[in-house]
Write a protein that binds this ligand. Sequence first.
Ligand SMILES: Cc1ncc(COP(=O)(O)O)c(C=O)c1O
Length: 500
Amino acid sequence: MPKYLNPYAAVNDADLLSEAFARSQDERDPLSSLRAEFVIPTKGDLRNRRYGPVGNQTTHASSATARPDDHEESVYLCGNSLGLQPRRTREYVNRYLDTWASKGVQGHFKPLEGGHPPWLDLDDALKEQTARIVGALPTEVVVMETLTANLHLLMSSFYKPTPDRYKIIIEGKAFPSDHYAAQSQLAHHNVPSSALITITPPSADSPYLTTEHILSVISQHNATTALVLLPGIQFYSGQFFDIELITRHCHSLGIIVGWDLAHAVGNVPVKLHDWNVDFAAWCNYKYMNGGPGVIGGLFVHDNHGKVEQTQLDGDPNHINHTQLVYKPRLSGWWGSDKSTRFRMENEFIPIPGASGFQLSNPSALDMTSVLASLDVFSLTSIEALRARSLRLTAYLEERLLRYGNKTPPYKIITPANPAERGAQLSVLLNPGLLDHVLNYIEEHGVVVDERKPDVLRVAPAPLYNSFWDVHRFVVIFQEGCRRAIARTGSGSAETTNGAS
Ligand SMILES: Cc1ncc(COP(=O)(O)O)c(C=O)c1O
């Protein structure tokens, strides 16, 4: 792999490793102020076994378990799993509760001064902002259902196996839910399970998949493949795939391609419309900060969302002689024309675009929560966030690479090329260290997530994480590594590194 110049590589140890350096990076970045939009759990909140923040409880402060750093902000670098709560979410959800309490069913359609749009119109209200985040036209996106359910719904429209083309290509380490979804789609269509083709890395030592390798596997199966389903960012390695190039390659071979953007949305800029992506789906609970298990979103390219009326033979003025032509789908009443939805007639008239794929009356509570999070995104742009994210992750990388004058007892398995990763770095620890390191860092108020047996995923989310967070993480993490090595006697890689 070529070497990529880290902008922090030129900074000497005395500066780079200091807290003052991290603080100065935060001070000079105008986006640092967005952190104030979020509730950052304190270390005491995380240690506390009772429900709710420590600050709300009367008994905890005086308890024997109180610790001096309980009121310090925790080091939360886990937005790749569950984003933190925007402060405004509580206010928005309270407004939703007030509307429900005071208006009942009228909350669906009655415009209210100082309130949010009526629940019936919330899906439209979310489109513009969602579209900006994923590089789509507002008609191409909709907030609905959840990620795996949406992948199934989309595959029900886009995976149409024929005797010639029936294979689905995914990557070998696809998130299990995607694996199950693809497998069960094959079974649903009575296609043998051997038609699931998995792209695995050429080398067992690294999870990295070169674009050339991905393209070559697709080419190898070109005549028999109906669908390629890939992640925008791989959940384990953090690799950001070349969505544009892979999509173009699939289309040149007549293959439909869909993207699971769980780890990409709100993390990296994507241009789903311009890149001609056929379909995509995502969740709103990771970098989108909508709340645990909240309603997800999907994209259907304009090319596939059209609803056209064709004239049948006979009297051209008679309504019964026209027919709607649209992409077949599993449908429900919420995907049908809004103006006639409540007439309770049996003709399905799909809303043009992604909205026509909706099934059910969506949870207004969920949509309110997503609205709060989108309103935070609207305070900046995804491009500005990306610029900050590149700096934050480069700083994290450079700090991790410096481990005194020793070889670190871990290696970063996320690509070194900034264009091939988002916020997350995945750190592969030497065998036997993970549990000890994890215990130590959790004890010290750090939240990252683990992938057994040896990987920690560390994700500085540019909306709320600071350089100071990264500094504190690396100090605590590296101390955890030293202690784990001392305790286990393992991590024999901690030998003096003659190079530096
Ligand atoms: C890449 C990826 N795909 C699919 C899922 C499943 O999402 P859901 O449970 O919302 O369907 C996840 C969940 O974290 C994920 O990370």
